[in-house]
Design a protein around this ligand. Structure first.
Ligand SMILES: [Zn+2]
Length: 130
């Protein structure tokens, strides 16, 4: 994981226990307020963003199949992440999977009716009914 220093490290990690909520350094093993082990939680909380960045890199390198898998994982984890869902739809479209692209863009539009990327995507799909 060469990107660990940048994409995997949040500024601080807030303790997930509501009655504690202490801000911890990103490399803390245990919460400074309550000693809860927070390292795993910190990794999990940034993991979708990490996967999303891997997907963007793969897409930039033309590895669309890999990009699609990364974006699909993010969407599975964070169904409300419309940015990842738009990226997933575009990767599917570029791979020729028009029906999957349409399905994902329609889901973006259900969550964000005015989303410009979903609008543009659905007009691409409409022009290519395959
Ligand atoms: Zn705590």
């Amino acid at each position: 994981m060469s990107a660990a220093g940048t994409t995997m490290t949040p500024a601080t990690v807030r303790c997930p226990l509501p009655w504690c909520g202490a801000e911890n350094p990103p490399d803390a093993d245990c919460c400074v307020g309550c000693s809860l082990p927070v390292r795993g939680y910190a990794v999990l909380s940034v993991y979708p963003a990490y996967l999303f960045n891997l997907g963007l890199s793969a897409a930039r390198e033309g590895r669309l199949g890999a990009a699609r898998e990364y974006f699909a994982a993010v969407v599975h984890w964070c169904p409300a992440d419309t940015e990842a869902r738009n990226a997933l739809a575009l990767a599917a479209f570029q791979l020729g999977d028009v029906s999957e692209a349409r399905r994902q863009w329609e889901q973006v539009r259900q969550r964000r009716p005015a989303d410009p990327l979903a609008d543009r995507g659905l007009s691409l799909v409409a022009a290519d009914p395959g």
